[in-house]
Ligand binder design. Structure first.
Ligand SMILES: Cc1ncc(COP(=O)(O)O)c(C=O)c1O
Length: 392
């Protein structure tokens, strides 16, 4: 009968030394890890990286995976090795972290407003080969242009189009007027358009998602054409999410894909449906939280050492234990989770180590300092989540 019990023969001092030195490959087992631990299954991660890279290549689209999901330069590097043209970051501080570890092409997908943010953006542009900033306002364009002029550099910018009721200039005449304004500013170089239809990414059902994304992206593609008709070069249109990669990736006019969650997947994405079935299984769940049963107050329930601080709690559904059918998890406080084991497919005992698939990957990653890269039962690497907490 399979057991989830910790079977390590190493002492904690040995493990501690390995974790401190980072020299773990071939030495450290998953069973040695202190819990709760954020783990990524390398076979699944590499498969996800390869699958998206092959898709983008086949469709002739550039791939720029969004680093807001992983916040980890090591993972960004793996995507670059597989053919990605660069990384996206949601915030400037994420971009600063990626740049500090050698990532040279970064699109920051939110606008740079505020004196200090602009100062930092200009400084970063001087440090890496290719920084792309987005803007949605003429006044902001003027501020960026003035800061770039003072630093005697040119900033590469793109219009952020509002296709999802968030940031962005309205597609059509407003966007064209803004592009004309930017084109007159000598220290800004207009690269093109960012159009991210976030509201389409989790629409359930492939046909419904396709309709939603087409409705959102058509005005962006039309805006690109309108700019080109006016002689404003616009050879770049970046968009798409994990849920719409193979929808936006088929659209004539979209040149670059910026999905992020596909690297890890989560329960939220699992249920949106794929082009061929009810489950969205184009990519595998690679991310889990490893947890220990540290109390068995009765036969019916097991208390885990992973609670509200171990998972993002923004979704209305709880984590799910991998490889153990018939259990249900509920939060039991900051540090505790309660597992109903009455109908568990296997016996659960004190000290068992269970792996849980997470509801929402991005904000869960942001709770951890490091991620354990595992293959089977072994830990191959410990990666620092170097952009963890970088939200400024
Ligand atoms: C601007 C932008 N692009 C791309 C993505 C990636 O989306 P996903 O993680 O659903 O693939 C996000 C996610 O929120 C985003 O905000």
């Amino acid at each position: 009968m399979p057991s989830f019990l910790q079977t390590t023969t190493r002492t904690w001092s040995e493990v501690e030394q390995m974790l401190a030195s980072g020299d773990v490959q071939g030495k450290l087992a998953k069973d040695d890890l202190p819990t709760p631990a954020l783990c990524v299954d390398l076979d699944a991660l590499e498969g996800n990286i390869q699958k998206m890279a092959s898709y983008a290549h086949e469709k002739g689209r550039a791939l720029r995976p969004h680093g807001k999901s992983h916040k980890c330069s090591e993972i960004a590097r793996l995507t670059l090795q597989a053919g990605a043209v660069g990384a996206c970051s949601a915030k400037l501080s994420e971009a600063e972290a990626f740049a500090a570890s050698g990532i040279e092409s970064i699109l920051v997908t939110t606008p740079m407003v505020g004196r200090h943010r602009i100062e930092r953006a200009v400084r970063l542009a001087g440090r890496i080969a290719d920084l792309i900033l987005v803007l949605d306002h003429a006044e902001n364009a003027d501020d960026l242009n003035a800061a770039a002029a003072a630093a005697k550099i040119q900033l590469t910018v793109a219009l952020d189009l509002n296709v999802t009721d968030r940031t962005g200039v309205a597609p059509g005449p407003d966007a064209v007027a803004l592009a004309e304004h930017v084109a007159r500013l000598p220290h800004l170089m207009l690269k093109g358009i960012q159009a991210y239809a976030g509201h389409s990414s989790h629409v359930i059902g492939f046909a419904e998602r396709t309709a939603s994304s087409h409705e959102a992206m058509a005005p962006a593609i039309a805006t690109r054409r309108a700019l080109e008709a006016k002689g404003i070069p616009c050879s770049w249109l970046s968009g798409a999410s994990t849920g719409t990669y193979n929808i936006d990736g088929e659209m004539d006019g979209v040149t670059e894909l910026q999905p992020g969650s596909y690297l890890f997947m989560d329960l939220d994405y699992d249920c949106i449906g794929s082009a061929t079935g009810d489950r969205f299984d184009d990519f595998a769940n690679s991310l889990t939280v490893l947890s220990t049963v540290y109390s068995m107050p009765g036969r019916d329930q097991a208390i885990l050492d992973a609670g509200l601080k171990a998972f993002a709690t923004d979704k209305p559904f709880p984590p799910v234990v991998k490889g153990l059918e018939g259990t249900s998890y509920s939060f039991a406080g900051d540090e505790h989770g309660r597992l109903d084991v009455r109908r568990a497919s296997l016996p659960v005992a004190l000290g068992d180590r269970l792996e849980l698939v997470i509801p929402h990957c991005d904000p869960t990653v942001n709770l951890y300092d490091r991620i354990f890269a595992t293959r089977g039962d072994q830990v191959e690497a410990v990666w620092r989540i170097d952009a963890r907490g970088m939200s400024a």
